[in-house]
Each structure stands twice: as structure tokens, then as C-alpha cells.
Design a protein around this ligand. Sequence first.
Ligand code: SF4
Length: 211
Amino acid sequence: MNQTIRRQIFERLREQNPHPTTELNYSTPFELLIAVILSAQATDKGVNKATAKLYPVANTPEAIVALGEEGLKSYIKTIGLFNSKAANIIKTCQQLIELHDSQVPQDRAALEALPGVGRKTANVVLNTVFRQPTMAVDTHIFRVANRTRIAPGKNVLEVEKKLLRFIPKEFLLDAHHWLILHGRYTCLARSPRCGSCIIEDLCEYRGKNLD
Ligand code: SF4
């Protein structure tokens, strides 16, 4: 795929949705961090349902530590892997209090040092809250990048690096959200909606579903 086509793809995605953002509900960097930790292998809807009850009661590291692991579990028990997520969140809150003045750190190394926070979570927080041009490659982005050939790669790190290299600078801040939303609602895993896809003529996928 050449750069002219990549540019056209992002121009169309931007035209359709000029201000894309995450579908996780949050009002502070800390709320987003916790929501992203909770969202691993869970739907944004499910996470939003749980945090709608949790955050009015506890939306700071201190308040969540005060809830305790069992107290926290009672709010997140509808979410997959809630036992390990509760343990990680409590430890993360303790670290934020002890090492970061109860604030969410703005650099990758400090974020990735928090329990339950991997490269993907750090990328989402850095991009969404701190507006850094990072690329959190999840299953949707991996699929869209490979099918379209915007940034084909065998693993998420390869795709992440190619996306950062190939996406024109002016689109980089928002590209993460455009690609996730495109994968979630149009370029579906099992049956992509190629017939109603706004980038169908630019996409290089050989197995298009045009019925
Ligand atoms: S044309 Fe099909 S495969 Fe290509 S991006 Fe659109 S939905 Fe995905």
C-alpha cells in the first residue's frame, strides 16, 4: 500500500468522525486508567456499567485502597478476570499513592511498572489522556491493519511500529480510535461489512465480503 492511499483512508475516516475517542466512560486520568485495566478481555459496555456504580463511590487511589480488594470486587464481579484485576488495581493504587503523588504518570516506563498495566494499556492512557501519538494495537487494530494492508505484521509490536511509521503525522493522534471503531463496527472479525465500508475501494483485502 502506498502513502497516497493511506492518506486517503485516514481522510475518509476523519471525515466520517472528526473527533473520535474511547467508548470507555471516564472523567479523570485515574478513572481512564482503571477502566482500561478492567477492559482487558471485556467489553467497554460491561466496564462502563461497573464503573458507573464504582466511581461515584471511589474514583481516587485512596478511595479504592479504602474499599479493599473484597469491596472492589463487589463492584467489578460482572467483568471477566475480576479477581486478578481487583488485586492488580489495589496494588496499582498503592503505587500511585506511594510513588506518584496519587497522579497517573505521563511516561511509559512508569505506567508499565504499575501492576496490571502492559504496553497496550499504557499506550491507551498516553494517547487518550495525555495526547501522545502512541498506538495501542488491540485485536481490532491488528485485524484492520493487516486486512487493509495499512500496516501488515505478524505480531502486535510489528503492527504498532509500522503504524507509527506509516500513518501521516496529522492523523497519528486519532488513528488509534478510528481503527478500533472501524474494526468494531465495520471490519468485523467473522463477517466484515465490506459492502458498506467507506474505504472499500482503498482496502487491499483479498477476501472481501461484498454480498
Ligand atoms: S473493505 Fe472489508 S476488509 Fe476492507 S476495511 Fe472495509 S470491511 Fe474491512
